[in-house]
Design a binder for this molecule. Sequence first.
Ligand code: AMP
Length: 358
Amino acid sequence: MLALAGYPLGLKFRFLDETRGPAADVADWRLASFSDNDALDRFADGVDLVTYEFENVPVSAAAHLASRLPLFPPPRALSVSQDRLAEKDFLSSLGIATASYTAVRSREELEAAAGRLGPSCVVKTVRHGYDGRGQVVLRQPADAAKAWDMLGRTGRTLICEQLVPFTRELSVVAACGHGGKMAVYPLVENEHRAGILFSTVAPAKSVSEALTADAHSIARRVCAALEYVGVLAIELFDCNGTLVANEIAPRVHNSGHWTIDGAETSQFENHLRAVAGWPLGGAAAALPSRMLNFIGEVPPLTPLLEIAGAHIHLYGKEARPGRKLGHVTVCGVDEEDADRLFRKAAQMVGAPVLAARS
Ligand code: AMP
């Protein structure tokens, strides 16, 4: 989607990944290990700058490339977001509210943490968890032993977080240019199913000026502290008007996919403008939009295509339970129209095929 947004601007692309991905169909594409410095060097030859759209790129690979040529967002954004403890420590250091949390390295520590933070908490692997993977919810301290058996045995450090009693989940997506310039998209509301983003309502409804100001302030503080350049998303819990930050994604984000069809400038174009040092495009919503992910399977497309204002995006990925294979965005002429189209599309997309959690 970055390449598709960049070609009209005259940009050329080369991608590198450890497995074949959709970009291979639309651009010069290299299969290599992120730890293969020779392959990284060959990849970098003749390239003007490097960016990434996957937060598990090893910091060492980003640092290696950054030593040769401009790389945005900065590698520190990766090190902060790859480690849930570092991420929460970083947010707390900026005075941004997070769920109460503690590091857990043994069954006894988990039992103690669950007793202290509970009765309801969520235990997560500190690294390499996404889309709800590597997470277990504890409803009572006695669930701790089972959670440890599921997650702790591998020797990985865990984080135990208080379960936040949020009223809804929101996210803010911001494009940060060089020199502190920012374009912030409207707050959107996200619905997750089994930890996986299912739908996004853009802009979110009933957002007060104060809530918008809070979200912008969180985004501004995070971007300034990381000296960030590029698009970044912050997942937020709305607790009756108070925002609690859950996660930073140092990349274009699924909850920003609606911007391709519903915003003045898509998040992908703005990411490219930001890293290239070009002026940022407007981030306002052009139309009320609703995005629905295709999870695990692609629904029949013809009925969706019959919906006026529906835009389908397939990623060319092999179907697998829990995998995001594409999405549809419906844009309405007004909120009511967007809601009507959303209900229609949601019926066609149906219940996602979810993965077994590990
Ligand atoms: P994450 O991988 O941290 O983005 O978590 C995936 C989803 O799990 C979130 O979008 C929430 O729906 C839920 N979740 C994660 N952490 C918490 C928490 N501390 N309190 C309540 N819900 C949570």
